[in-house]
Design a protein around this ligand. Structure first.
Ligand SMILES: COc1ccc(S(=O)(=O)N2Cc3cc(-c4ccc(C=O)o4)ccc3N(Cc3cncn3C)C[C@H]2Cc2ccc(O)cc2)cc1
Ligand SMILES: [Zn+2]
Length: 344
């Protein structure tokens, strides 16, 4: 028989936002350098700092983060030869961590702390003839890296450094019949990659190229009875997909519509808000603090950011406004005078 995989929310789940617990969780994350998970995530440390700082900014708690240590860490991770930034000292520079570093410095208003020309040189060198971008010198192409490139350069006011039209053409060549996007031409649609591709079009002001209706239908189905959203058909709901899917959202009115793109497509009011909000709140851990991918799992800074950002998009007044395209505090985007496109 046909069964929709979903989770069942328990009666004793958290029903309110445990802000103090999340602030304490992120403030202490990484203080114990011997912590197993902390050591295991050295390879994504720069992104971990972006996820933690952004979450703390949204909670108005960023004063609890070690600002000067973070800035010093970032400068020590920039490779003088390529201009790129690595996840940790001694690791290879990569687009993912170059973006995370620039996002952190933009929030701190300390872009001056790194060699901006070096970053621009690194990103420019990653663009290929077909407009696509490598992640690093090993040459993996993925639409995630197109999003990193345009987001990073726009934060530096240097989009002029790449061929924006070719970058957009490559992203559009990854659009599928379902209106979704994959990592390369012909790859299966996936909510996280749709988020990257729609975000790229938003920054390049090419949202006109979206097949919004088909995309809408595909995203409609992402919401499940539990209120949670999944990343692909037949998958379990996952908190981070609540952000990715919330972002692309549907233009088609349906009972279950998912969010986030709705914010860009300016149709957030179509979201089954109450259901999704209760799913997100259920992903909190009242003991350790933080959010997990689904109720009862281990929490981490990655899902903690997307839980708080999702609640912010849903209009929770105790969380600061988040920009849906950059996943950064709206006040930072305003200060940089950036205006990513949303559909009206
Ligand atoms: C635990 O296994 C993974 C798998 C992939 C990754 S990832 O770096 O490729 N990435 C981000 C990601 C991070 C975490 C995590 C744990 C602890 C920390 C500290 O900051 O962060 C956990 C998961 C995760 N994933 C994988 C994932 C999310 N939900 C379900 N899964 C299997 C996403 C993954 C891809 C990614 C997405 C967005 C983004 O901005 C960067 C990378 C990391 C850990
Ligand atoms: Zn997840």
């Amino acid at each position: 028989s046909f069964t929709t995989k979903d989770v069942v929310l328990k009666e004793e789940r958290p029903k309110t936002l445990l802000l103090q617990k999340h602030s304490d969780y992120l403030a202490s994350y990484g203080l114990n350098k011997d912590d197993y998970e902390y050591c295991m995530t050295e390879y994504l440390r720069m992104s971990g700092i972006y996820w933690s700082l952004t979450a703390m900014e949204l909670m108005g708690q960023s004063h609890r983060m070690p600002k000067e240590d973070i800035i010093e860490f970032i400068t020590s991770c920039q490779d003088s030869e390529s201009g790129g930034v690595s996840a940790s000292v001694g690791h290879d520079p990569h687009m993912l961590y170059t973006l995370s570093a620039v996002q952190v410095l933009a929030m701190y208003n300390r872009i001056d702390a790194i060699d901006v020309e070096g970053v621009v040189r690194f990103i420019k060198a990653m663009q290929q003839e077909d407009g696509s971008f490598f992640g690093d010198k090993w040459g993996e192409v993925d639409t995630r890296f197109s999003f990193c490139a345009v987001m990073c350069l726009s934060l530096l006011q240097r989009l002029d450094a790449i061929d924006v039209n070719k970058a957009v053409d490559f992203v559009l060549s990854c659009m599928n019949f379902d209106g979704g996007f994959g990592s390369k031409p012909g790859s299966e649609s996936h909510a996280g990659l749709i988020y990257c591709c729609v975000g790229t079009l938003s920054i390049c002001k090419r949202m006109d190229a979206l097949h919004a209706d088909e995309l809408a239908w595909w995203l409609c189905e992402r919401q499940l009875p539990s209120g949670g959203l999944n990343g692909r058909p037949e998958k379990l709901p996952d908190l981070c997909y609540s952000w990715f899917t919330m972002y692309q959202s549907t233009l088609t009115i349906k009972t279950y519509t998912t969010q986030s793109s709705l914010s860009m497509l300016n149709r957030i009011h179509w979201v089954d808000k109450k259901n999704l909000e209760q799913f997100i709140l259920a992903c909190q851990d009242a003991e350790t603090g933080g959010f997990s991918d689904r109720p009862g799992d281990i929490t981490d800074p990655f899902h903690t950011l997307f839980g708080l950002a999702g609640l912010s998009l849903l209009g929770n007044p105790s969380i600061k406004p988040v920009n849906p395209t950059y996943c950064m505090p709206q006040e930072t985007i305003d200060r940089l005078k950036l205006e990513p496109q949303i559909l009206h």
